[in-house]
Design a protein. Structure first.
Length: 293
């Protein structure tokens, strides 16, 4: 029952205070004299603590209403700041990407095995690679000087040759393609390396039988796993000499075989090509001052 009486009593006291305040204001407006002034001051002294308590009790409500009114503005400001931070991050990432791209192009322009052969820097724009056929498209064509049969290299070594060309693009057959063949120098002998598909090793055939080592003499063919083989650049070859092609993956000797079985792993990971260089070279240009073979 006490819980019911307290709110009723509080409402009663509040009503009395309101009534007293109204009465005092009315008398003051009508000029009640010194007695009324004294009564008004006394009433103010009594009600002031109550007014302060009411004000303190209602302050959170006022703050809530003010915050609610400003909530939309704060949300917009926060969103603007978030967008500003995101823009700054994007600009930083773009700058880093441009710097990395410039470094790749610069490295591509200073390939030591290219020598004096002119090159055209191009970017791979799409790939049409499968397990048995490997080709990519680059963003340079005949208008840039690209022509059929030109060798294509990247940082590390050989990646393929141009097999299709339009005015503004070209198709590059990768050295992993089964239709790709390149003459290579393996120590003192030469052979032909052929692709077997993406992820597969290159297989080597030799242009002539490998003579077995005579008793007590050094073998005429010695090639260890990890050795790098390069283009042979012989007369009529489709590639200038000295371009790194692949590393020796395995060498297997068989007593009755005319040559060892050699497999190679390309030095360039052709599945991750980005920037390449097309060499302005052909077998006919090998004997000219600008040739490299």
């Amino acid at each position: 029952m006490a819980a019911i009486r307290r709110p009723a009593r509080a409402r009663y006291v509040l009503a009395v205070l309101v009534l007293v305040s109204v009465t005092l204001i009315t008398l003051d407006q009508r000029g009640g004299g010194k007695a009324i002034t004294t009564l008004r001051d006394d009433a103010h002294t009594v009600t002031s603590p109550i007014q302060g308590a009411i004000h303190d009790a209602l302050r959170p409500v006022g703050n809530f209403l003010t915050g609610a009114a400003n909530y939309g503005t704060l949300e917009k400001e926060n969103e603007r700041l978030r967008q500003q931070v995101a823009n700054m991050q994007n600009q930083s990432l773009a700058a880093s990407a441009e710097q990395a791209e410039a470094q790749r192009v610069l490295a591509q322009a200073h390939l030591p095995f290219v020598g004096s052969i002119p090159t055209i820097t191009a970017q791979v724009v799409n790939s049409d690679a499968s397990n048995f056929e490997s080709s990519v498209t680059i963003d340079k064509g005949t208008s840039d000087g690209v022509a059929l049969g030109q060798p294509v290299v990247a940082t590390g070594g050989l990646v393929g040759t141009i097999v299709g060309v339009t005015r503004h693009s070209a198709v590059l057959r990768l050295l992993t393609d089964p239709n790709f063949v390149v003459g290579v120098q393996l120590g003192p002998v030469v052979g032909s390396a052929k692709g077997t598909g993406i992820g597969g090793p290159m297989q080597v055939t030799f242009d002539q039988p490998i003579q077995p080592a005579l008793s007590g003499t050094q073998p005429k063919f010695s090639l260890a796993k990890g050795n790098v083989v390069v283009t042979s650049g012989l007369q009529g070859e489709a590639f200038p000499s000295g371009i790194p092609v692949a590393r020796v993956a395995s060498v297997a000797h068989s007593p009755n075989a005319p040559a060892p079985t050699v497999t190679l792993t390309p030095v360039v990971n052709v599945s991750e090509l980005d920037i390449v260089s097309v060499e302005i070279w052909s077998p006919q240009s090998a004997s000219t001052p600008g040739g490299n073979g």
